[in-house]
Design a protein around this ligand. Structure first.
Ligand code: 4AD
Ligand code: MG
Length: 428
């Protein structure tokens, strides 16, 4: 039996297999707390009621020993799930001598070296469950709105974002292949076929950033919608992020409690989100003491400074063209800027979304590709989308790890993915 099924089996005899978290004994009575991935359970052994080998086995149980415990399920209001197990037998399945992660404090570096074992801790299990809920909320949100999921390639021949941050590999006789920084260019093609689409998968950035917001491999969900302009794009983002947060609040209460997350700020994440233009944001930042000038990108500290006064995510729109990617549509009302936006999460979590209306004019897009010195050949297929029935369209990318860190209230994105990849981490 799995631990999750025990509350429905009070007074029934069962056998449960799992891993031992803690043991304690008072001579004639012994307690084990078990974990099997579906829940936590206390088993009680009385020396009188179990065979001698079972009592002797208990003496050899250490942290993370895998065991099979047979017994009767008893109602116990103080226990998690409202039940405990009164054991009639105990067998050791796999001993665990000197488990490296003990209940004492360990440094972060040590824990990440033992990531494969650290994943078993209650906090890490809770984070994994919140991440799982976020992923499922993403899929359900788009499924319910009739978007089609399109899986885009990871090996690509064209650069999606910034040329400086690419992982490259030799691809047979065809030259260099890059690990995708984004699926966007491909979902743009798919949007002309299917109208409302999204991709959801791993993306790669060879950024030498050592911040708590950067990974070299992270998961991104990228919707792309035919006929949406920048304003409609921002409305979709609000609805989307509010739905993800609400879903976690509704279904992951226990996990958020395990993480000691104050959920009050999350309860406030309802549309509409405040909006501020980049130009107004710069003026505001200056009054708050920032040294940034019009034309520069917002740094992490600027983002935190700007977002702090708001009680929910804030949308910053229409950035200067020179700090943004080549594919963004020029703002007809101020050609120094583009029709894009970032979404900054509250509580200092920074940018969780980057999005834009796309340049749909063939000549202007070609001029941008040339101005950025991008290889024109590699983009001929992308330019075709502007040649054959060009269309107003917009989309965005939401970073899963940043969103999960924010919802969980954990300081660093590397705990928001099972096996993080950073500048310093390729193992385990
Ligand atoms: O702002 P970015 O670079 O946007 C794009 O890639 C667009 N092509 C998306 C689109 O319009 N379809 O990245 C989008 C989001 C960021 O807001 C951030 O949440 C996350 O991806 N992100 C990272 N997360 C972790 N580590 C990194 N190095 C990240 N870089 C971006
Ligand atoms: Mg961005």
């Amino acid at each position: 039996m799995r631990i999750e099924s025990l509350p429905a089996r009070v007074d029934a005899p069962v056998t449960v297999r799992g891993w031992t978290m803690t043991t304690r004994s008072s001579g004639k009575i012994a307690f084990l707390t078990l974990r099997d991935g579906t829940g936590y359970l206390q088993a009680v052994l009385s020396k009188r009621d179990v065979p001698e080998p079972a009592w002797e086995a208990f003496g050899r149980v250490t942290q993370e020993t895998s065991v099979a415990v047979t017994g009767v399920v008893r109602a116990e209001v103080r226990a998690p799930g409202g039940v405990e197990l009164h054991a009639t037998d105990l067998k050791i399945l796999g001993p665990s001598p000197d488990f490296p992660i003990t209940p004492k404090e360990h440094g972060t570096a040590f824990l990440f070296e033992h990531r494969h074992l650290w994943l078993r801790s209650r906090r890490q299990v809770a984070i994994a469950r919140v991440r799982h809920e976020v992923s499922q909320a993403i899929r359900d949100f788009f499924y319910e709105r009739n978007f089609t999921l399109v899986d885009t390639p990871i090996l690509t021949g064209s650069i999606g974002e910034a040329a400086g941050h690419l992982f490259a590999t030799q691809y047979f006789d065809l030259g260099t292949a890059y690990l995708a920084q984004t699926g966007q260019l491909y979902v743009e093609a798919a949007a002309a076929a299917l109208g409302k689409v999204y991709c959801f998968g791993p993306t790669f950035r060879a950024e030498k950033s050592k911040t708590r917001r950067h990974l070299t491999e992270f998961w991104m969900v990228e919707p792309e919608v035919a006929w949406n302009d920048s304003d409609a794009n921002m409305r979709l983002q609000e609805e989307f992020v509010a739905a993800i947060v609400a879903r976690c609040l509704e279904r992951r209460k226990a996990e958020l409690a395990e993480l000691e997350r104050d959920t009050a700020p999350l309860e406030r994440v309802t549309p509409p989100f405040p909006r501020i233009s980049y130009s107004d944001a710069v003026a505001k930042l200056k009054t708050l003491g920032s040294k940034m000038e019009w034309g520069q990108d917002l740094g992490g500290e600027d983002e935190t400074l700007l977002a702090t006064p708001y009680d929910r995510p804030v949308l910053v729109f229409n950035y200067p063209k020179q700090v943004q990617a080549f594919y963004m549509k020029e703002n007809p009302e101020d050609p120094r800027t583009v029709l894009n936006n970032d979404m900054l999460a509250p509580e200092g979590y920074g940018e969780i979304i980057g999005g834009s209306q796309r340049e749909d004019d063939y000549d202007r897009l070609l001029a941008r590709i040339r101005a950025e010195g991008l290889p024109e050949d590699a983009y001929s297929w992308y330019l075709d989308l502007r040649k054959y029935g060009t269309f107003v369209h917009a989309g965005f990318g939401l970073g899963v790890e940043r969103t999960v860190s924010w919802i969980c209230g954990i300081p660093h994105v590397r705990e928001a993915i099972a096996f993080p990849r950073t500048l310093y981490k390729l193992w385990p």
